[in-house]
Design a protein around this ligand. Structure first.
Ligand code: C5P
Length: 207
């Protein structure tokens, strides 16, 4: 299970990152343990206690997260809830980037981060039986999730509306839609912990 944001570069003064509390991923790890699963949680930096009985690998960058996920395999189920930064700064500055005297903003070049979900979902050997991705969308949630399902090659996308008035970011509730090749399941607004329990029960019935 991946959770939390990942950012580049390592130990920076300034960095590029995505926003994520990690709450949904941590709740899933906890629910999986309660169902008797052996869980490895690969997590970016978050302010949450580690759920009991979870093997935890802390990471800071997307590339570290990919390596940690690969070494956590084989697994029956892989769940990717992390808000991975799609891009990293191509060259990490040796010193803090200072303001220029004429106020010109610095120009940064970016390199693409690995897509961890896609890498695992498209493994030729040792692919987990179930690969689950998340999709945080601000509009056309289901349509975008269907496109993501095909693009990533995963079995299921858990899609949620994170538009500013949804209160999902950092909050304790979530309204999700399960999008798979067989159709769409719309769940009511639930706590992140209820989403986690219900999701793990659903997944356990699928493997
Ligand atoms: O492409 P997008 O970021 O919207 O896809 C979301 C899903 O892909 C999530 O499950 C996320 O954890 C995963 N992801 C990933 N590696 C990336 C980007 C996203 O595993 N570089």
């Amino acid at each position: 299970i991946t959770a939390g944001p990942t950012r580049e570069p390592i130990d920076p003064v300034r960095y590029i990152s995505n926003h994520s509390s990690g709450k949904q991923g941590y709740a899933i790890a906890e629910a999986a343990v309660k169902l008797g699963a052996q869980v490895t949680l690969v997590s970016g930096p978050v302010a949450l206690p580690i759920p009991p009985c979870v093997g935890m690998t802390p990471v800071t960058t997307a590339r570290e997260m990919l390596a940690a996920v690969e070494s956590a395999l084989p697994a029956d189920i892989a769940i990717f809830t992390a808000a991975v930064a799609d891009w990293r700064v191509a060259k990490v500055a040796d010193e803090k980037l200072k303001k220029t005297s004429d106020g010109t903003p610095p120009s940064l070049s970016f390199a693409e981060n690995p897509d961890i979900l896609k890498a695992v979902a498209t493994l030729k050997k040792g692919r987990p039986k179930l690969v689950v991705g998340f999709a945080a969308e601000t509009e056309m949630v289901i349509d975008h999730a269907k496109v993501k399902l095909a693009k990533k090659g995963c079995d299921l996308i858990v899609a949620n509306d994170v538009s500013p008035d949804s209160g999902v970011f950092g909050g304790d509730a979530n309204t999700v839609h399960l999008v798979s090749a067989t159709g769409v399941e719309n769940w009511p607004k639930l706590s992140k912990s209820e989403v986690a329990t219900r999701l793990m029960n659903t997944l356990a019935g699928m493997v």
